[in-house]
Structure formats: C-alpha cells, structure tokens
Design a binder for this molecule. Structure first.
Ligand code: FEC
Length: 307
C-alpha cells in the first residue's frame, strides 16, 4: 500500500490568551523582548478585537479542510501536520511528529499567498532545517499560490460583493494590500511586490475595474524604512483626490485576525470616518471551501512536479 503523503500546513500562529502575548511577541522579534510600552500597545490591540484573535481556530479549520479535500480527490492519501511560525505547535514540532509517524515524503504549504524570502522563505527554512536535523521527510514546497484560478475566483467574488455595498461602485477605489515588509527586499530580487500586483491585476481585469491601486499595511516599528504607501496614507490621499468610497482588499491575508480586525476594521475605519470616506472591507477567505480547493490544487501540482 502507498504510504500517505505528509501534508505540512504552516501558518503564522497567534497567542491563545493575553498571557501568551509576551512570549509570542518576543518570538516574532527573534528573541528580543519588547519594551513595556510596545507590549502594552499590542495587548491593547488584542483587547480591542475581543481579547484573542480568531486566527488559531480558523487556521485549524483551513488545514483540516485542505486535507479533507485531498483525501477525497482520489489521489495519494495525505496525513496532516500543522506547524506554526511563532507559537506551538511550532514547525519544528510538526516535523518531529512527521518523522515519528514514518512520513517519508511531504509537501509543505504556507497559509499566505505571495512569496517573499522574508516571509514564506522563513517557514520553509524552519521545515527544511528540522528535516535535515531529524533525518527526514523529503520535502517539496509550494512557494506561492496567488495565481491559483480557484483563489482568484473567490477573491474576485469578494471584491464584487464589497463593491455592491458601495453607493456608486464604478467610482469607488479598490485598494489591494498585503503585509508591508522592510524596503530592503527591493534590493533582493524578491518576487513579493510583483506577486501582489499580479493577483490584484488579475482581479481588476476580471471585473474591468476603473479605479484600483496597491498599498501596504501593518508595517512594523523597527526603525528601518518599510514598503509604502501605507493604507492610512492612501485614505488621506484618496480623500484629497475627491474619492468618496474605498474598498479595502487585504489580499495578502487569508483569515480574520489582528492585522485585519484591528488594522483595517478599527484603525483604518476610524480614519475613514474622520475623513468622511465610506470604507468597505472584502470578506476574508477563512474556511470557504472554494478557497480551500485552490490550496488543495496547489498541493497536488507541487506533488506531481516531483513525480
Ligand atoms: O491575529 C493574530 O494574532 C496574528 C496576526 C498576524 C499575522 C501576521 C502576518 C504577517 N506578518 C508578517 C511580517 C511581520 C514582520 C514583523 C511582524 C510583526 C508582527 C507583530 C504581530 C504580528 N506581526 Fe506579522 N502578523 C501578525 C501579527 N510581522 C502581533 C508584532 C507587533 C507589530 O509589529 O504589530 C516585524 C518583526 C520585527 O519586529 O522584527 C516583518 C508577514 C505576514 C503575512 C504572511 C504570513 O502570514 O506569514 C509578511 C497573520
């Protein structure tokens, strides 16, 4: 009997309660503890969205959903493992479990659509290094899946629905955003910026959008320049340019979590109100089965590349 293919689904991770915010934040900062002020600011943002992020439950539902689709599609059965970048179970824990269960071949996929060496590359490095240290499994990785047709279909529907909530859809500006990264990626031949444009352009073409643009959100406070323009500056500029309605499509994220529920729904929404702009956010992918099909398709393509 064919041995199951290991499916390593990797995601960012989130603190399970407010006590876990300090170790989580310290891990994100590669072991440097945040100042009291930085910690209080982050705790305040979690409190503002209800105390904890829904991300953990959504990630689990997404991972299970992808595995279920793959185990029904008639292809090689998969065995699911879930590994987080910044909380337990860490990616290294998942690889350890894979080895213990005798998994020899595996596909790794990250729950974020666009590749950057600074984001997806970090997840893959953690899995590769753990596999090297523990003697397996043999990994193949999905680098990016932002152009998977089923993903673009769902993204297009999301933008279409958000536009339908506008009073005058043809005159609304659609802003496609992703998590900002330090500007130095521009000197690294990194595909992140181009990929954000590719998926956004694909949606704009399908909907024949007259007004759309690209921006960044959730930049860190690290003292170095980050990719811009930031969504908040964009809102101010759009107001100055005479726009009255804006659709925010956080296409770099696939779940409801802090960077969407706080950065867009609270921070950007407050500014929009102050400016007198009508801001509508597209719904996130969460556990939409059409979206999970896109990820399952990407896994099968990756698996067959090595066949
Ligand atoms: O809901 C939640 O609890 C977690 C939401 C969350 C997601 C997420 C995704 C990405 N991040 C990316 C890059 C960076 C870089 C830094 C950074 C910092 C934070 C902090 C929090 C946080 N991120 Fe995150 N990110 C989420 C949460 N992120 C909290 C720390 C406080 C703050 O800056 O707001 C800066 C690191 C440093 O200081 O050196 C860089 C990227 C993604 C999207 C791809 C992915 O999901 O991996 C890129 C979700």
């Amino acid at each position: 009997m064919t041995k199951p293919l290991g499916l390593l689904v990797m995601a960012y991770g989130t603190p399970r309660n407010l006590d876990e915010v300090l170790p989580y934040y310290t891990h994100i900062r590669r072991g440097r503890a945040p100042s009291e002020e930085q910690l209080a600011d982050l705790v305040g943002r979690y409190q503002a969205i209800g105390g904890v992020s829904p991300l953990a439950a959504i990630t689990e539902a997404q991972a299970r959903g992808i595995a279920d689709i793959l185990n029904r599609d008639g292809g090689r059965p998969v065995s699911l493992f879930l590994g987080m970048k910044h909380t337990s179970p860490f990616i290294e824990d998942a690889v350890k479990e894979m080895v213990a269960e005798g998994i020899e071949e595996a596909v790794g996929i990250v729950l974020a659509p666009h590749y950057s060496a600074m984001s997806i590359g970090g997840y893959q490095k953690a899995a590769r290094e753990a596999a090297k240290e523990l003697g397996g499994p043999k990994f193949r990785f999905v680098d990016s899946w932002h152009m998977e047709p089923a993903f673009l279909d769902v993204l297009t529907h999301r933008v279409e629905h958000a536009l339908a909530e506008c009073e005058n859809p043809p005159e609304a500006m659609v802003v496609f955003s992703a998590h900002s990264l330090p500007e130095r990626i521009l000197t690294m031949n990194d595909p992140y910026v181009d990929q954000l444009h590719q998926s956004g352009e694909a949606v704009a073409d399908r909907l024949n959008l007259q007004h759309y643009m690209f921006g960044w959100q959730s930049a860190g406070q690290t003292g170095e320049p980050w990719l811009g323009p930031d969504i908040l500056d964009i809102l101010r500029e759009l107001k100055g340019d005479g726009f009255r309605e804006v659709v925010s499509c956080s296409q770099g994220f696939v779940a409801d979590h802090l960077e969407v529920l706080y950065d867009i729904d609270i921070e950007a929404q407050d500014l929009a109100k102050e400016l007198g702009l009508h801001l509508v956010r597209t719904r996130q992918m969460n556990d939409d089965s059409r979206f999970l099909q896109a990820l399952a398709d990407a896994v099968r393509k990756c698996e067959s590349q090595g066949a």
